[in-house]
Each structure stands twice: as structure tokens, then as C-alpha cells.
Design a binder for this molecule. Structure first.
Ligand code: FAD
Length: 376
């Protein structure tokens, strides 16, 4: 441990998602005092599933949480790429970044991941305030004063903006929103896990791509990426039927799964936005992490990995430098190119997929996953 690890700092984290909670765990683990303000009053998450790739699990392992996530989810080691009738056209063995005894990837419900992170953040001593946000930030030579929406103020050494793709902290810093709509909608539905679903399945359709990822012994999530989609919001009670319609061009195993999509409340439909803020990601003592700084499209399945890696690197650099601003400069130097590569690749993959160039999209994805497999 470095000598600077003893320097206790007061940290305010805005946003209690994957980035904010893992930053709280990593920073309290190094002795810093952390308060999280989360806008959502009941800190709830929608129950859709999430895939934690090798780099996500590796980063969670450093926080001591990989086993819990794998235990609550479903571990996988292979991807089965299938045609629209469900016939396997190729099987990919995923790299085992956690060693031969642990899976390469885990499917998990988002709710389960949030519970694991929340417990660890609170157990580490982070203080959480829900139903609150930040409305002004004022920096002076030796700290930042944050005015919160309940009218109170905090004087801290560091503010971490972990408030997602529509970041308020980013707005307060005057940094532009660089995200673009890729023209796609991602649909996800929680379904009963068919017994054959023991790998991550993708299904190449004539127009849209679909897939199935187990998230527990009993459940899986089905997804379909709708190309050239109208981003208008649809009534929630129509979502199950509309998702079944999108999947109706598939046969075999996909048709079997589609028939089990019945409850519209277990279906989500989200526009795919992606983008990266031009560096640096900090102004003085206020820094952006996670989707607030760099939001990849879901095609790269790497948003969680980047967010958790940010948290680890931020805590490391905060322990290595006397001066907070120097630490944030060092954080940005270590993170910017890796995150930019993932976001830019994800946008390119989305475009290729949208226009039907699947082989080229897979090649780009593979190259980027190889870079992500490198240590941070
Ligand atoms: C449909 C879809 C599927 C995805 N699937 C995967 C996947 O399988 N694997 C993967 O790795 N990634 C996936 N991603 C990406 C991943 O979800 C994100 O990269 C990740 O959630 C980013 O975490 P975050 O904490 O930065 O942001 P968020 O998860 O958005 O969390 C931000 C938090 O800040 C809070 N907040 C927002 N504004 C304020 C404010 N002003 N004040 C206080 N709090 C605020 C929010 O309520 C939220 O709790 C997917 C994304 C989408 C859209």
C-alpha cells in the first residue's frame, strides 16, 4: 500500500448506480469518507438482466464481489452464434480472465447486482442520501462546496459525477453532452430459462439480431436490437406483444422463447445512445466517471466494466497523489483512450449491425474485447 493511501479525503458522489456505488466501495476501502446522493427516492432499478463480461468480473473481483455476483447469477464460458432458426453456426470459447475455475461471463439481474453493490457500499461506511441531487458546485483553492437540492451544503475535497448518461454534474461543469442516438432500440425481456440455455446465444435474423442470456437457474433475458427504429415511446402495456412481433421472423428456439414473453412489465425498450466526453473529464476537483463520461452502446456489453474500472483507478490515483487535481489528471490519462476505443467501437458496431454487415461487426467487437482483456 502506498503512503498516500492514509490521506483521508471527504468525497461526495452524485449518482448511486454501478459507477457511484463501486466508487464508494473502492474509496471507503482506502479510508476516504464518502457520501452518495442519489436522485431516485427509493433507489430502485428495473428488473432487466445484465451481462458482466470478463473485465467486469475481474474489476468486481478486486472489490471482493465477483463471487457474490456469479453466485447470484449464471456463469457462462461460451457464446453460441446461431441462425434465425436457432441452429448453431459457431461456438466461441470466451477467455477465462478469472482463471480456469471461474466463468468467463455472468448473466445477472440488474436488481441483484445493485443489491450486492449497495450492501458493500453501506458496509464500507458510505453514507447514502436518496431523493436528492446537486444543484450548484463552487470550487476554491482547498475544496469544493456543493449545494444540494434539499438546501444543505457539503464542503468536500472531491466531487465524483457518477450520474449517468444525462449527467447533471456534467452540465454544471459546462461540458457538452456528446452522446448520439444510433438509430436502434434495445428490447429486453425476462423469461423462464429454457434448459438448453447454458451458453450466451445470439440469433442472426434477417432484419434484427436477437439473443438469450441466462441470469439464474430459473430465468434468462431475451434481447432483440431493433434497427432503424422510431424512438417514440410506446405504451408499456403493448411491449410484450410488440417484442413478440419483432421476433416473429425467427423460428425454432427463438420462437419457443418469444412465446414466453407475456408480461409487459418484464419488458424494457430503450433507445441506444452512445458517446464519449472529450477529455479531460474533470474541472478542478470535480470528475466524471461511468456513463456520465463515456457511454458505449450495449453491443459492446462493456458499460459496467468501464464504470467499475473507473472506480478502481480513481481510488488508486487518489491514494497516490497529495494533490486531488494531480490525481484526477492521472486518472484521466489512464482511462481516456481505453474508454474512447470502446465507445467508438460500439458506435461503429451499431452502425454495421444496423446496415446488415454482421461479419465485420463481429471482427471489430472481437478486436475491442481483446484490448479490454488487457489489464487496466
Ligand atoms: C438497454 C441497456 C442494456 C445494457 N446492457 C449492459 C450489459 O449487459 N452489460 C454492461 O456491462 N452494460 C450494459 N449496459 C450499459 C450499463 O447499463 C451502463 O454502462 C452502466 O449502468 C453505467 O453505470 P453508471 O453508474 O455510470 O450510470 P447509471 O447506471 O445510469 O446510474 C446513474 C445513477 O445516477 C442517478 N442519477 C441520475 N441523475 C442524477 C442526479 N442529477 N443526481 C443524483 N443522482 C442522479 C440515477 O438515478 C442512477 O442511479 C446497458 C445499457 C442499456 C441502456
Amino acid at each position: 500500500m502506498n503512503a498516500r493511501d492514509d490521506a483521508r479525503r471527504q468525497v461526495l458522489i452524485v449518482g448511486g448506480g454501478i459507477a457511484g456505488m463501486t466508487a464508494a466501495i473502492a474509496l471507503t476501502g482506502r479510508g476516504h469518507t464518502v457520501e452518495i446522493v442519489e436522485r431516485n427516492p427509493d433507489w430502485s432499478v428495473t428488473g432487466w438482466g445484465l451481462s458482466l463480461t470478463g473485465p467486469s468480473l475481474r474489476a468486481l473481483q478486486r472489490l471482493g464481489l465477483a463471487d457474490a455476483c456469479i453466485g447470484r447469477g449464471f456463469g457462462l464460458t461460451q457464446i453460441s452464434n446461431c441462425d434465425s432458426a436457432g441452429q448453431a453456426r459457431g461456438v466461441i470459447d470466451l477467455p477465462l480472465l478469472l482463471g480456469p475455475d471461474l466463468p468467463a461471463l455472468a448473466g445477472l439481474s440488474r436488481g441483484a447486482l445493485h443489491e450486492i453493490l449497495r450492501e458493500a457500499a453501506l458496509a464500507g461506511g458510505a453514507v447514502l442520501r436518496t431523493g436528492m441531487s446537486v444543484e450548484a458546485l463552487e470550487e476554491s483553492a482547498d475544496g469544493v462546496t456543493a449545494r444540494l437540492t434539499d438546501g444543505t451544503e457539503r464542503r468536500v475535497d472531491l466531487v465524483v459525477g457518477a450520474d449517468g448518461i444525462r449527467s447533471t454534474v456534467r452540465d454544471l461543469l459546462g461540458m457538452p453532452d456528446q452522446t448520439v442516438y444510433t438509430g436502434q432500440m434495445v428490447w429486453r425481456a425476462i423469461v423462464p430459462r429454457p434448459s438448453w440455455a447454458t451458453t450466451l446465444h445470439t440469433f442472426a435474423g434477417p432484419v434484427h439480431n436477437a439473443g438469450l442470456i441466462p441470469i439464474s437457474r430459473d430465468q434468462a433475458y431475451a434481447f432483440v436490437t431493433e434497427n432503424h427504429a422510431d424512438p417514440a415511446v410506446l405504451p408499456q402495456d403493448e411491449l410484450a406483444e410488440r417484442m413478440r412481433d419483432l421476433l416473429s421472423v425467427f423460428t425454432g428456439r427463438v420462437a419457443e422463447v418469444a412465446a414466453t414473453i407475456k408480461d409487459p412489465d418484464l419488458v424494457v425498450r430503450r433507445p441506444v445512445h452512445a458517446g464519449v466526453v472529450d477529455g479531460p473529464w474533470h474541472r478542478g476537483r470535480v470528475v466524471l466517471i461511468g456513463d456520465a463520461a463515456h457511454a458505449p452502446s450495449p453491443q459492446m456489453v462493456s458499460g459496467a466494466a468501464l464504470a467499475i474500472e473507473d472506480s478502481l483507478v480513481l481510488a488508486e490515483e487518489a491514494g497516490l497523489h497529495d494533490d486531488v487535481v494531480t490525481a484526477l489528471d492521472a486518472f484521466g490519462r489512464r482511462r481516456l483512450e481505453r474508454c474512447r476505443l470502446v465507445v467508438e467501437t460500439s458506435v461503429k458496431v451499431a452502425e454495421l449491425e444496423r446496415d446488415g454487415h454482421h461479419a465485420e461487426a463481429h471482427r471489430l467487437q472481437d478486436r475491442c474485447h481483446q484490448v479490454m482483456a488487457q489489464p487496466i
